[in-house]
Design a protein around this ligand. Structure first.
Ligand SMILES: Nc1ncnc2c1ncn2[C@@H]1O[C@H](COP(=O)(O)OP(=O)(O)OP(=O)(O)O)[C@@H](O)[C@H]1O
Ligand SMILES: [Mg+2]
Length: 141
């Protein structure tokens, strides 16, 4: 069952942050969110807004080189970017440890469909023009 819950056009970076902030109010510990979109679509920007809504103080940077970053908030935020994950390394990362029902996990790229079976939200971000993005948020299960 896939159901579209939000479909909006963002006109700026702060628009995207605010959209993510208001969406974050729906989130509960244990939720897993997949974030799709091309390079520069605004995935990390969306995570910044989500972090704000979850009461995370620290500055969100793209975890591209570290793959996983953990932040303390009202709900702990686990930010995963699978862009550079090598198929051989998946088992070593210990992804299951984060899926303990206490964290909010958000994944950029979802390479190898690592979280497809478990995610309950999917966000598709599309580059329209320099400052415009189309954002569709769907409930998966
Ligand atoms: N409406 C908008 N929403 C989000 N970002 C926007 C918007 N308009 C312009 N931008 C700019 O687009 C860039 C988006 O970068 P961001 O790192 O969030 O993308 P990304 O999808 O995470 O990229 P990557 O695939 O490299 O991880 C930022 O520089 C941001 O300022
Ligand atoms: Mg990014």
């Amino acid at each position: 069952m896939e159901r579209e819950i939000i479909h909006k056009f963002s006109e700026s970076e702060s628009d995207t942050i605010n959209l993510a902030l208001s969406f974050s109010k729906n989130l509960r510990p244990g939720d897993i969110v997949i974030l799709n979109g091309d390079l520069g679509a605004g995935k990390t920007t969306f995570v910044k807004g989500l972090a704000k809504g979850l009461g995370v103080d620290s500055h969100i940077k793209s975890p591209t080189f570290v793959i996983i970053k953990e932040y303390k908030g009202y709900i702990n935020l686990i930010h995963i970017d699978t862009y550079r994950i090598d198929g051989n390394d998946i088992d070593k990362i210990g992804l299951e440890e984060y899926m303990d029902g206490k964290n909010l996990i958000i994944i950029e790229w979802n390479k190898f469909d690592l979280f497809s079976e478990k995610a309950n939200y999917k966000i598709d971000m599309k580059y329209i023009s320099q400052n415009q993005r189309e954002i569709v948020i769907s409930r998966l299960r």
